[in-house]
Design a protein around this ligand. Structure first.
Ligand code: FES
Length: 134
């Protein structure tokens, strides 16, 4: 499949997401998996009452291993990646903190409307993609 522009997709609700929760969702294409979480503190691009709700693509930017199982909201990080130990800072746009990756984790843009959380785009290229919408 192929999209002309980023869709707006409901991915959760502020009241359903407690601090420490990690949910997964597919966006913008069927095979593109991401995670939604509420970290312990304010985040760049964060939404919700404390700007602590963030979402990122699940694929490590080094070689594409999944990091959704290593999300630690209380430490504001994703990682260490199970493959080569990269850790990403979820409060700072997915910044590489340590490890083999040199590119930050793509951040999913979020908006809140009437308590619902919507994905509206992705900043950064998803691992293995030439274009996030194709
Ligand atoms: Fe994640 Fe290599 S694939 S650090």
């Amino acid at each position: 499949d192929r999209l002309e522009r980023y869709p707006r997709l409901r991915v959760g609700a502020v009241d359903d997401l407690s601090e420490g929760d990690v949910d997964t969702f597919t966006y913008p294409l069927e095979g593109t998996s991401n995670f939604l979480t509420r970290i312990d503190g304010e985040a760049w691009g964060g939404v919700g009452p404390d700007a602590s709700i963030v979402a990122y693509n699940s694929l490590c930017t080094h070689m594409g291993c999944g990091v959704e199982g290593q999300v630690k909201p209380d430490q504001e990080m994703a990682g260490p990646c199970p493959c080569h130990y990269t850790t990403f800072d979820l409060s700072k746009g997915g910044l590489v903190v340590s490890g083999a990756a040199t590119t930050d984790l793509p951040q999913v843009r979020l908006e809140v409307e009437d308590g619902d959380i919507y994905a509206t785009g992705i900043d950064g290229l998803v691992y293995g993609s030439r274009h996030n919408l194709r």
